[in-house]
Write a protein that binds this ligand. Structure first.
Ligand code: NAI
Length: 330
């Protein structure tokens, strides 16, 4: 099968190389169609996306994306926002769990964040009334709430999760977050096998840092989902091991949560674990569950052992050595 690979900027090419090597070692049969995108491509070609990229994603429906930078103040729209809107990837899925060998404050976090990806304050409806007053619209619609809540419950059911918690601020934003919460409660009645809960966003932040193990699947409108995703990544030791998937009806785009790390780009220092964990999510969705599990297990074991790990987790191995050791393990 075909899938699109977008290495992106900075460390993107190095970690994309790891993906190709691991994909071959696992004998996935994936034929990668590689396209350039990002600030480095724009500096040469004057546009952010290599021609043919969007059509290729449209055609095969699967993409793995490295980090991309958007040139600031040059009129370019973020690639991530462009891809989300063009392919209507309405759900952003971020599993976050503790990994042995990765320093963190907790040893028992296992949370999945389901973030609505298309509306809320990220819709981009902003205007200025005058020089001193700017207004932004928080757009929440019943169909989008229904879709994301169903996605969260279906995910919970399919993955043996016990509880789904809605994140909101309906006590203050009675109409917008109120709509989200009321749709969540309606949808929940169709899933009697899953426990249901809801929590106000500020209280959630406190509870997450005090006792994160009480949460299972969290479903949230766009802005809250964005913020708590990074908060949760911080609970388990940062962005180095944070994968995500952007899921639409016809298209799925997987990526590492971290950025292009310009400070270490081209130096064989990047940790490819997050993009490889995103690749494992992709393999899982493609039905290659055994290969996905094998890949995740190899990353966890290699990290826990701590002998061949990159500098961000206290090691001395480069991206290439890490990948070679991982492949031996596979
Ligand atoms: P960053 O995540 O690139 O870097 C933050 C720190 O983490 C740096 O010290 C970096 O060296 C380190 N780091 C990140 N990934 C690493 C990895 N795989 N292995 C080892 N160390 C790693 O965040 P920053 O510096 O805020 O952003 C840099 C650029 O990336 C910006 O242009 C930003 O817009 C873009 N970006 C793109 C994203 C995407 O395409 N999904 C997400 C976040 C940022």
């Amino acid at each position: 099968m075909k899938a699109v690979l977008i290495p992106g900027d900075g460390i993107g090419r190095e970690i994309a190389q790891s993906v190709r090597a691991v994909s071959e070692a696992l004998d996935t049969g994936i034929l990668w169609q590689e396209f350039a995108a990002g600030a480095e491509y724009a500096a040469v070609e004057g546009e952010l996306l290599q021609p043919g990229l969007l059509d290729a994603i449209e055609e095969c429906g699967w993409a793995l994306k490295g980090p991309t930078a958007t040139p600031i103040g040059k009129g370019f729209r973020s690639i991530n926002v462009q891809l989300r809107q063009r392919f209507a990837t309405y759900a952003n899925l971020r599993p976050v769990h503790t990994l042995p060998g990765v320093k963190s404050r907790y040893d028992n976090v296992d949370i999945v964040i389901v973030r609505e990806n298309t509306e809320d304050l990220y819709k981009g409806i902003e205007y200025k009334l005058n020089d001193d007053i700017a207004n932004g619209v928080k757009l929440i619609t019943r169909p989008a709430c229904d879709k994301i809540c169903r996605f969260a419950f279906d995910y919970a059911r399919k993955n043996g999760r016990k509880k789904v918690t809605a994140v909101h601020k309906a006590n203050i934003m009675k109409l917008t977050d109120g709509l989200f919460l009321s749709v969540f409660r309606d949808v929940a009645t169709e899933y009697p096998d899953i426990a249901v809960d809801d929590v106000i966003i500020d209280a959630l932040c406190m509870k997450l840092v005090q006792k994160p193990e009480q949460f299972d699947v969290l479903v949230a409108p766009n802005l809250y989902g964005d913020i708590i995703s990074d908060l949760c990544a911080g609970l388990v030791g940062g962005l180095g091991f944070a994968p995500s998937a952007n899921i639409g009806d016809a298209t799925r785009i997987y990526e590492a949560v971290h950025g292009s790390a310009p400070d270490i780009a081209g130096q064989d220092k990047a940790n490819p674990s997050a993009i490889l964990m995103a690749f494992a999510m992709m393999l899982n969705d493609l039905g290659m569950t055994e290969k996905a599990e094998r890949l995740n297990r190899a990353i966890y074991d290699q990290t826990a052992e701590g002998k061949v790990v990159t500098a961000d987790v206290g090691g001395t191995a480069g991206t290439k050595a890490f990948t070679a050791a991982l492949i031996r393990r596979l």
